[in-house]
Design a protein around this ligand. Structure first.
Ligand SMILES: [Zn+2]
Length: 474
């Protein structure tokens, strides 16, 4: 190109007055816009990619239905190409970091330590998701050339690529490559028929090529058995689990037998209620559901407790409950007042920072872990919602960090390990609420502030008086 400035001053290549530089003239000269934009991206790096995102936001849609559908599909192609590019970048990052550390003689046994965490933070995801992304990217880039090309060309989208990687990841690289090749020889039969059929086809080929992989899968099912509890709303939790097939079958049989026995005896409960009660009783040994001995850590303000204020309270690890329910819990069971023991915690007015437990003496006589768990509630790494498994020194003891609440952060096991990557720095920052400043190995800064607790200004809201509500539309 002879020049890059626009003579019209409008900033749009479409309005350039100079015939030589107009959009039409450039296309007429056979200029490939893809090549032009690629050159722009190479020269400008991340700034150029952000400019492309702005361009996508600024581009107005046409009002022709055919064009609209075409544009929708074209953006899906763009997403696929971006997915392939991100995989490539994550792998290159791993290689660059490893080469640098081996060159410097640090972390040579596992030179990619912490790269998954760095990838996760860049993608606004947890470290676990970042590591998974990196592992998928490795398989895609090294063992599945056709899938990667299909993603770049928009033949398949990111979801299909993810499915392929998931199905072949336990196979040997040579078999991954065979399946990759077969999928794209039969593109018309493999793609466009839905994920279930694609998965079935890959599994069928995997069983022929590497039947022993199924044995590995059985072992994994046993190794990875687990049960998890999630809060779904202020009053309920969902309990999910993953079991080997034979465990699952046995559980179903026992549950069905129990339901049948109760119904035959004229039990008025629904099948679901019988199963839920049986599950609870079997695990806890408690038959009377109205009298459950619990210790609840309840974080609430004095206004909520004594003045009937509507500000919600928090049960750490589970979430918010209404002020009325918090008062009920605090009151406990009148028939057996010792059954329900509520630990009341204080929050600083305005900032919602947890300032102390019942007393300072208690805090420093072994209550520090409990204090940090209540203050942080989840792992403090940005985007990680992991459970707190480790009480971490923000500035490590080896660097002179003290064992105080200020220098402590709740962390999940993975994030606590990731911060030991070379050049990864963390320190606390003074402010309203406890704040940690994280600088990753690549030098990217992130800030983590403890979540707000009752007492924070944002909770100074009043429910609308029913009389003030606008009339309902008919
Ligand atoms: Zn974490």
């Amino acid at each position: 190109m002879a020049a890059t400035s626009s003579s019209s001053g409008s900033g749009s290549i479409l309005d350039v007055a100079d015939e030589e530089l107009s959009y039409g003239a450039l296309l007429g000269r056979g200029l490939d816009m893809g090549v032009l934009m690629a050159e722009y991206l190479v020269r400008t790096g991340p700034d150029g990619v952000r400019a492309m995102a702005r361009a996508v936001n600024l581009a107005t849609a046409q009002d022709d239905d055919f064009e609209l559908v075409e544009t929708l599909g074209a953006y899906e192609h763009l997403k696929s190409a971006v997915g392939a590019k991100q995989s490539e970048l994550a792998c290159t990052l791993g290689d660059v970091v490893a080469a640098d550390r081996i060159g410097r003689g640090v972390r040579v046994k596992n030179p990619q330590w912490g790269v998954g965490a760095e990838v996760g933070l860049a993608l606004h995801a947890s470290q676990r998701s970042g590591t998974r992304f990196l592992n998928r990217a490795r398989i895609l880039t090294e063992d599945l050339p056709c899938t990667r090309q299909g993603l770049r060309e928009g033949t398949i989208n990111s979801e299909e690529a993810k499915l392929i990687v998931r199905e072949v990841r336990r196979l040997k690289p040579v078999n991954r490559r065979d399946i990759d090749r077969m999928l794209f020889c039969e593109t018309h039969t493999c793609f466009g028929q839905g994920g279930a059929k694609l998965r079935e086809m890959i599994r069928q080929w995997a069983l022929i090529l590497e039947p022993e992989a199924e044995v590995d899968l059985e072992e994994r099912a046993m190794r990875e058995r687990h049960v998890e509890v999630f809060q779904v709303d202020p009053c309920r939790v969902r309990i999910t689990g993953m079991f080997p097939l034979e465990y699952g079958a046995a559980l179903c049989q026992v549950m069905a037998r129990e339901i049948g026995r109760a119904q035959a005896a004229g039990d008025p409960r629904t099948q679901g209620q019988i199963a839920a009660d049986f599950f609870f009783e079997s695990l806890t040994g408690i038959g009377d559901h109205t009298n459950i001995p619990v210790e609840v850590s309840l974080v609430m303000t004095d206004r909520t407790l004594y003045q009937g204020h509507p500000e919600p309270a928090v049960i750490p690890g589970y979430g918010y409950i209404s002020a009325a329910r918090a008062r009920e819990l605090f009151a406990g069971n009148p028939d057996n007042p010792l059954d329900s023991w509520v630990r009341r915690l204080y929050t600083a007015p305005g900032t919602g920072d947890l300032v102390a437990m019942d007393s300072k003496a208690r805090l420093f006589s072994g209550g520090l872990k409990r204090f940090i768990t209540l203050r942080d509630r989840y792992c403090r790494t940005p985007y990680c919602n992991g459970k707190i498994e480790h009480l971490d020194h923000v500035v490590q003891v080896s660097r002179g960090g003290p064992s105080t609440a200020e220098n402590a952060g709740g962390r999940c096991r993975r994030c606590n390990a990731a911060k030991e990557a070379p050049d990864w720095e963390e320190h606390t920052v003074p402010g309203d609420r406890h704040t940690i400043r994280i600088t990753t190995s690549s030098g990217h800064p992130y800030t983590s502030t403890a979540p707000p607790l009752p007492g924070t200004r944002q909770y100074n809201v009043r429910p609308i008086n029913p009389a003030d509500r606008p009339p309902r539309r008919e």
